[in-house]
Write a protein that binds this ligand. Sequence first.
Ligand SMILES: *Cc1c(COP(=O)(O)O)cnc(C)c1O
Length: 465
Amino acid sequence: MKYISTRGQAPALNFEEVLLTGLAPDGGLYVPEQLPQFSLDEIAGWATLSYTDLAFKIVQPFVGGCIPDADLKAIIDDTYVDFRHPAVAPLVQLDKNEWVLELFQGPTLAFKDFALQMLGRLLDYVLERKQQKVVIMGATSGDTGSAAIQGCKRCSNIDIFILHPHQRVSDVQRKQMTTVTEGNIHNIAVEGNFDDCQSMVKASFNDKRFLPADRQLVAVNSINWARIMAQIVYYFYAALALGGPHRKVAFSVPTGNFGDIYAGYLASKMGLPIDQLVVATNKNDILHRCISNNDFSKQQLEHTLSPSMDIVISSNFERMLFDCYDRDGAAIKDLMERFQTEDVKITDAAFANVRDLFDSHAVDDEQTVKTIAEVYEASEYLLDPHSAIGVEAARAARRNSDVPMVTLATAHPAKFPEAVMKAGYPHEPALPHHMADLFELPERCTVLPNDLAQVHKFVVDNITA
Ligand SMILES: *Cc1c(COP(=O)(O)O)cnc(C)c1O
């Protein structure tokens, strides 16, 4: 399998290369040159597979020849060992034909574990084979950092440095990062805000001379292709559990960077019959405006009760636009460059392509809280604010009530106590039992000033691998 850039001017890469690359040199994102195609009979034959066996079927064609099957199988079998539910991604019924897919059974209680547990293992495998060691740097406002740390804690060829804004992440989020005390895990609390953290990481990627010559700098943000790949699996898994592929299923996806729902779109392109994909956003609704009204105008960032979806520009949307423009890299390059400075519209033909499968709905904080309360009232099922936006959007945008509608539940309610208590829940929702000791575990974290030179010095002084 070869991977090409959405802007058409970068060399094609194989899987191993794409794993170690972030943005393409032409500014685009890598996508597979061709998607694997599965027939209905083939998909139907997977109905009894475990989550990991199904994951192997779906991931194997993407890895195409880069990793021997037996090794890939072992990597995938190991990927979900820290998930605390035998079904890995269990389905819960809310109402007739209405379901949530719990993607928060992993070690950090959010769906990013699905991708980052796999990414860490894949990276460590190819690095071991290449006899190479890398430094990962990332900035986090909470969820991604902890999932990346958990995904890398057993990787002997990776040192990971995660910057978070000092005293500006929740206690649960901080503890999920700082209580991971393996020697290759380095938490830095920056005396600044999230943007300061992100700027320092960006600056580090722009000028890598601070690192020793034998260290490559790797990113694990959601533009990494392997993260998308891992997320395709649970769309097949949920559909098979609900009578697919001989029956269509619809999905509603709490969306920020468009990585999760883009994986659903790929599942559909690979042969899974999907009736509808609902893009659920909060007040940061550029995707909703785009999909409902072809309006791409950028707006100020708003802080909401669903912080993991607070985003101005959704980087992965470019991957889908590439298909909508019949994979015309030059057209995407032009569109994305104009998008930097002006309000763009996509062509009517491309817009029609988007509308074929996608619907969208935006949900504000007030309605988010109301939905948490309503669902709890109806079934005593407690949604986190991101998942609640998914459920509300599913109800608002549904095309066909005969089709099972599955909302992806992207986080556990214990991660977002503020929204849950605003909905009338009487106390902070409890962490799952296996994590009840989180607040007693020792923490390891270094507080540094908002100063790039000091952060770089810390990185260089603490490389262990
Ligand atoms: C990251 C995240 C999202 C958004 O996912 P994207 O792939 O960025 O669209 C939604 N909910 C939660 C809890 C998240 O952590």
